[in-house]
Write a protein that binds this ligand. Structure first.
Ligand SMILES: *Cc1c(COP(=O)(O)O)cnc(C)c1O
Length: 389
């Protein structure tokens, strides 16, 4: 059941701005060729945003295609009542063939060996072949296009094949060599798609967020591969790579917040937290915040980066603990118990993004977002109202 709330009085929570999600979806869609559909990639709990709510909301916007990473995610979504097509992008043991049919899921065929195993189960599982055009992760090897075409033709007879796809691995990089590589991946895929036109498979797709922004526009009028974009990170408001320019109006959907549990003055020479890694070189005002590494707030942020309190940035001091983190609020007036702390998001003039945090950690926004742990409560905001489950 959904409950309306004014202000979450939680220890650590995220707010998902559904109005912004809608805007990202619409702005991105408007940049695509007219007939291109969006397959919303909602694996890993919709990149930490909560897959049930995100999927349901996107469905209300007209989205009918969804992609997840595994069968557990897919079944949970079906059990929550999600309709539309759900593609499982990764491996499921053929032992689950019965469940795949029961929940009307589409399974990726990761190899010919896998296709063979799945067909032997005797279940009429919907499936799509992965093609490997250079990433070397999963799929039929497109260095031998004749073989790929023959394999797909063969299995289209003894499996319920609904399509095939490939994945681009450097579409977010603008270096010449990366652009060449991506164009080559796409052209191998296009050759296969052209040779299999007669099969009239409805789901033929190769573009991720970056591909849909930087490559799909190069496809000709009758290109067989521009029907669908698998949209992940940019749906949530981030660029696939921090150097990418994304369409105007696409902004982060998620904010992460916490509260101050206590404030104290610490004398010169005293230290903060485990390992005594921070030493006060003057009297300092220290606030304790109720979020730690068990919430997905990475411990490598110890003594690095800031949290925002009362519209001002407060440096993290000492080691991030399992459930708590200390910050220096010496230059921020009147910080007190219960004050809201922004971990990701904006407060007044200040803003921290998942990209900022990722840069400090030497990773990407994707990882920061999907590491926000399950005990961090998700709230959904629409037209000024905040809801939770
Ligand atoms: C995760 C994933 C996507 C989405 O990628 P983004 O960069 O987040 O848009 C698309 N396709 C496959 C196969 C994926 O694994």
């Amino acid at each position: 059941m959904e409950v309306k709330v004014n202000q979450p009085e939680r220890r650590s929570w995220v707010e998902i701005n559904l109005d912004q999600l809608r805007q990202n979806y619409n702005v991105y869609k408007n940049h695509l060729p007219a007939d291109t559909k969006i397959m919303a990639v909602i694996k890993a709990d919709a990149y930490g945003h909560g897959d049930h709510h995100v999927a349901k909301y996107l469905y209300s916007l007209g989205c009918r295609l969804f992609a997840v990473s595994n069968i557990d995610e897919a079944i949970c979504l079906r059990e929550s009542g999600l309709e539309g097509e759900i593609l499982i992008l990764g491996y499921s043991s053929p032992r689950f063939a019965k469940e795949l049919v029961k929940f009307d899921l589409t399974q990726t065929l990761v190899s010919e060996e896998y296709a063979n195993a799945l067909s032997k189960t005797g279940y009429d599982v919907k499936c799509q072949f992965a093609l490997d055009t250079g990433m070397n992760r999963i799929g039929l090897d497109c260095n031998d296009i004749d073989n790929v075409v023959e394999t797909i033709k063969t299995y289209s007879k003894n499996l319920n094949l609904t399509g095939f796809f490939t994945h681009l691995c450097v579409a977010d990089d603008s270096e010449d060599s990366s652009q060449k590589f991506t164009s080559n991946q796409i052209s191998k895929f296009r050759i296969v798609a052209n040779r299999l036109r007669n099969l009239k498979l409805p789901y033929v797709h190769c573009f991720n967020s970056a591909g849909g922004m930087f490559y799909i526009q190069n496809e000709g009028k009758d290109s067989p591969i521009k029907g669908i974009v698998r949209l992940g990170i940019t749906l949530y408001g981030y660029a696939p790579d921090i150097n990418n320019i994304i369409p105007n109006g696409i902004k982060p959907v998620l904010s992460w917040k916490s509260v101050v549990s206590m404030v104290k003055t610490v004398k010169t020479g005293e230290t903060i937290g485990y390992g005594r890694t921070f030493k006060c070189d003057k009297p300092m005002t220290i606030a304790t915040v109720t979020t730690g590494y068990a919430d997905g707030f990475n411990r490598h942020l110890s003594n690095r980066g800031n949290l925002i309190v009362n519209g001002m940035k407060a440096p993290i001091v000492g080691r991030v603990c399992m459930d708590q983190t200390m910050i220096d609020v010496s230059s921020i007036p009147n910080v007190k118990m219960g004050d809201i702390v922004t971990i990701i998001g904006s407060d007044g003039e200040e803003e921290t993004t998942a990209d900022d945090m990722a840069s400090l950690l030497g990773t990407i926004s994707y990882e920061v977002l999907c590491n926000i742990s399950k005990r961090v409560q998700r709230y959904y905001k629409s037209q000024g109202l905040l809801y939770t489950l």
